[in-house]
Design a protein around this ligand. Sequence first.
Ligand SMILES: Nc1ncnc2c1ncn2[C@@H]1O[C@H](COP(=O)(O)OP(=O)(O)OP(=O)(O)O)[C@@H](O)[C@H]1O
Length: 611
Amino acid sequence: MAKRTPTSLKDGKKTNLKSSFNALVYIPRFFKEIWNVNKKIFLLSTFCRLIGALLPVIILWIGKLIIDEIIHQTSIEITDYTQLWTYVGIEFALVILSDLISRAISLTDGLLGDEYNIATSVTIIKKTNQINISLLEDAEFYDKLERARTQTTGRVGLMSNVLGQAQTAISIATLVAGLIYFEPYLIILLVLSIIPSFINEVRFSQQQYSLARSWTSERRELDYLRFIGANDKTAKEIKLFGLTDFIVNRFKNLSQEYYELNKTLAIKRTALGFVFNVLGTLSYYGAYVFIIYRVLSGVITLGELTFLSGSFNRLTKSLQDFFSRFTRISESALYLKDYFDFIDISILSKTKEDVPLPKHIKQGFEFKNVHFSYPDSDHEILKGINFTLKAGEKMAFVGQNGAGKTTLTKLLLRFYEPTSGYILLDGININRFNKAEYQEFFGVIFQDFFRYEFTVKENIAIGNIDELENQTKIETAAELSLADAVIAELKHGYNQQLGKRFSNGQELSGGQWQKVALARAYMKNAEVMILDEPTSALDAKAESDVFGRFIGLTEGKTSIIISHRFSTVRQADRILVLEHGKVLEIGTHKELMQNKTLYSELFSLQAEGYQ
Ligand SMILES: Nc1ncnc2c1ncn2[C@@H]1O[C@H](COP(=O)(O)OP(=O)(O)OP(=O)(O)O)[C@@H](O)[C@H]1O
């Protein structure tokens, strides 16, 4: 398979050091979110870290006092160990406290992380729901969504890192103060030893992020291949068509490329990391020799030697930690940027008006010269559509595959805006109404309705989730859609788990699923009903029954039915025939049969098939 260059690399959208640092501006907003999640735990965690930051220097200082006291006691004749044992006792208590503090920090970080995780997942689900359908079908948007969704653990790690960083910074400040007090020159040695490894860390982590980011869409493809390669829904076709090798090879080629790039980077990072660390160790031993020399010359005590070498050692480690954590923070902050970019996606519609929606439709809908192309496509799907759907009318949309029937309903539902032309409701452009309120007006069952792996009861109540506990309403809806007979056969009736994903789940046939989904339409007393091929999997008898009921029940209601079955279509008040994105004809069954164009031709063809 030909090698590909990741899309974002092709576009030259590489991230650089500057963007890593710029991303740090998101940290205050991030902490504001964490603070809002649980103020008490956040304060507790901060307090523990403050104590944890001061403990190292105190413990080292007590160590110095102990050694100086031992030397003092061995040099005098009348010994008194009270002071010595007191120091040992204090050190012991401090070590215990230190352990307690570090456990408390892990605990609070874990709890806060979990709560933050829940909160962001909810935010992402809600935001996805607010976003225009047109964006949901956009590949670039999916990349953003994937980065926002999958980097949750990264964000929790970032929280610990930033808090840990503050703790290390305080710790470093106290240790540096100790060094300055005794041997200020050691500071220069310390700084020199740490700079190369810092630069190394920053460079590599930025490259790592750049690589991961530029591969977002390829990772999405890898996930997809993993999904179709090992999934109960695709297993039949994969086996039957012998697709395993095809999928495995495609997966391997793509992942191998990423693996190689990542490997090169990781090896370089490790090798250079080692070299720079040796520099750090060298400087430590340089400092150690210097301190020993100072003790031998009698300038400082043995206790001070322990304190200084301990402080220096700890400082080297803390500084290394500090810098490597700093690069990790700026790296994760870039992921944070992805998350905030996602939740900041503007959801403003083109018009800001909020014209009140009529309680009931008086005149109906009117399509006026509506043209439409899907975003980023120059193929015009609808080419100047004009028709009216009167209040209370039942209209059927008919046409060959791809004629634009579903697209027409998507415009009516305001999933998309017409490229030009208008859709009016009682004379008012539908884009002037509040979108959410307007969409509440409709009860819709799509041809690709979703099979929720919930219970039957929940699957039906999805049509009007506020009525989840209204068993009578759910049962009535099931009777009307003929789902009641299906449910009667299920072991747990309305509480039967559907699908195979969860334990005790029961899979349904295509037609049975359709009956359950159809019941959703009856859960809401919607002004306008749209059924987009909801009966394609039903047998002829069931379909006729379902429509008989539907027509009876929606008496006086405005509705649209999309169907390829003319026995159903002919029951509509009027039929709109679409061809290549244009209205070819519109009228009653009788009128269209007399026209002797596409409708009568297709009707006769289907009628022959049934003979
Ligand atoms: N999200 C989309 N982005 C781009 N093109 C699309 C999208 N959805 C549909 N199309 C295209 O729009 C055209 C009309 O599709 P539509 O689903 O409206 O047809 P239809 O009449 O409902 O067909 P069918 O009877 O097969 O359901 C098709 O050519 C299809 O490829």
